[in-house]
Ligand binder design. Structure first.
Ligand code: ADP
Ligand code: LRH
Length: 489
């Protein structure tokens, strides 16, 4: 019988349990369960429904019968706090909550941000764990025994073992890149009590078997192991990029567009800091040099806004209609902080267009076209900055994740960047999660090369060749230059 692995992948827009069967050097994925995810306001804070996600995970696992192992990945930076008896004392607050931005400004007024970036490699995003922790009431932290990042929390509930997996730990902004351990000076500056952050667990560690109560509840075999896979979803996705050669970059496209490459050495120069690049840990300790672009969040939040108003919008029809809107009709900077929080996205997009002297999109199709062209343009800008930072030209771009199913986005990214785009796998995160588990169990050989070979054997990317001239994209980028906002409409 083919060994079966459960890849639990929690994204900002949905959670899923994927059944991954290992056949030689290939992994086949089947979706066992999918459940929606979103953050909701609770008493002045924007929170995730951790228990709802947990229920979805348990239901998904219960449908599998027997598995060799389970691995959990999720979005980065957010965490729960455990009390001294190991119970959840404080559930995860969403990274879109504005508390982080305020705390960042306060902390960076006291700490040298350039020096901190040189040590941690992590861009000063308002949502970094370090800033979220600095925003906590000291009494909340004093009462907490242990912090667990979201995937570590789910793995803890499954296995009873509290770990702090390395790829996701790197996103906290608290890990020293050179030593791979917590940066004590930063922890102290942010008011983080000693001991709140446990030791960092190497990626691929077998944490143990599932807890007996979980075996009883799900009907799973009691000897199913829980593996600390690459628990940062982006690290898992990057671990599954089906590279065909060198000089390739990736875009992990979902709620966010993570645009980057894998490098041996971090790039922590002031130029990297200014260009918005970050250095996160890869599955094998490599560096993921990437930029966060605010992704398909702009589209999913627009769809949520229309649906709440009673409009019947389905994604395939919307994308079909968006393809008929003239190319580059309007564009926005997806990273404008005005788009960060939940709320009326089409209105914010229209306001941004008006402010930059463009005709605001009026119909859902025009909004969708605006988002797609804006992302393609932002992908172009990020790739140009990446080439400048590394000095290595990028010939091919792999788009993986849910956004790789968006053929319009993939084609426009090829057109905007003038590069070949290879689209898929759409479930790269679950594939990377399963590949790391398979290596931990010795089902496929160890090391990055064997994993890449297995990723390539498991995926069949779709090719998009660039069409049309670059000129219109260069011109559109100029619409978003700072002076454009001052021009009369
Ligand atoms: P996350 O893990 O951040 O929740 P995903 O990788 O699941 O993100 O990607 C979700 C996005 O993928 C959705 O917001 C949607 O725009 C896009 N997507 C999902 N299914 C399709 C589809 N069939 N066609 C086009 N786009 C899709
Ligand atoms: C993507 C992601 C990304 C982080 C963001 C908070 O899901 O993990 O890598 O920067 O969420």
């Amino acid at each position: 019988m083919r060994p079966l692995l459960a890849a639990v992948d929690l994204g900002a827009s949905s959670g899923r349990v994927m059944a991954a069967s290992v056949e030689g050097d290939r992994i086949d994925l089947v979706e066992a369960a999918r459940f929606p995810n979103r953050a909701v306001p609770v008493h002045g804070r924007l929170q995730w429904d951790a228990l709802g996600l947990w229920a979805g995970v348990l239901d998904g696992l219960a449908s599998l019968g027997e598995v060799a192992a389970i691995g959990v990945d999720a979005w980065a930076v957010d965490y729960g706090l455990l009390d001294a008896r190991g119970h959840l004392a404080s559930g995860p607050v969403c990274y879109r909550d504005p508390r982080g931005a305020r705390a960042r400004d306060a902390l960076l007024a006291r700490v040298d941000g350039t020096a901190a970036f040189a040590r941690t490699g992590i861009q000063h995003q308002p949502f970094n764990t370090v800033f979220q922790l600095a925003a906590e009431h000291p009494a909340t932290l004093a009462a907490a025994d242990r912090l667990l990042l979201v995937p570590d929390l789910i793995a803890y509930w499954l296995s009873g073992t509290a770990a702090c997996e390395a790829t996701n730990a790197s996103t906290t902004g608290l890990v020293d890149l050179t030593t791979g351990t917590w940066d004590d000076a930063l922890c102290e500056a942010a008011g983080i009590p000693a001991g709140l952050l446990g030791p960092i667990t190497p990626t691929g560690t077998v944490l143990g078997t599932i807890a007996p109560e979980i075996a009883a509840h799900t009907g799973l075999n009691a000897d199913a192991r829980v593996v600390a896979t690459a628990s940062h979803d982006t690290a898992a996705a990057v671990a599954a990029v089906p590279y065909e050669g060198d000089s390739a970059a990736y875009i992990s496209s979902g709620t966010w567009s993570l645009v980057g490459t894998e490098t041996d050495r971090p790039v922590t120069t002031p130029a990297a800091l200014a260009a918005g690049f970050t250095n996160e840990r890869g599955a094998d300790g490599s560096i993921r040099l990437l930029r966060n672009v605010a992704g398909l969040w702009l589209l999913s939040e627009s769809i949520r806004t229309w649906t709440a108003r009673g409009l019947d919008v389905d994604l395939p029809s919307l994308l079909k209609a968006a393809a008929d809107v003239p190319v580059l009709r309007s564009v926005v900077d997806p990273d404008d902080p005005a788009f960060t929080e939940p709320g009326d996205m089409p209105a914010r997009i229209a306001a941004h267009c008006a402010r930059t002297g463009q005709t605001p999109p009026a119909t859902p199709a025009e909004v969708a076209a605006c988002v797609i062209d804006s992302l393609a343009l932002a992908h172009r800008k990020a790739l140009e900055a990446l080439e400048a930072l590394t000095g290595s030209p990028v010939a091919t771009v792999h788009i993986v994740g849910g956004g790789s199913k968006n053929t319009l986005l993939c084609q426009r990214t090829a057109d905007a960047t003038g590069r070949t785009v290879l689209a898929g796998p759409d479930e790269a995160t679950a594939l990377g999660n399963a590949l790391v588990q398979a290596q931990a169990l010795g089902l496929i050989p160890a090391g990055p090369q064997a994993r890449r070979d297995a990723a390539r054997a498991s995926a069949r990317p779709r090719r998009h060749e660039p069409q049309g001239p670059q000129g219109p994209w260069e011109k559109a980028a100029r619409r978003l230059e700072p002076s454009a906002a001052d021009r009369p409409a």
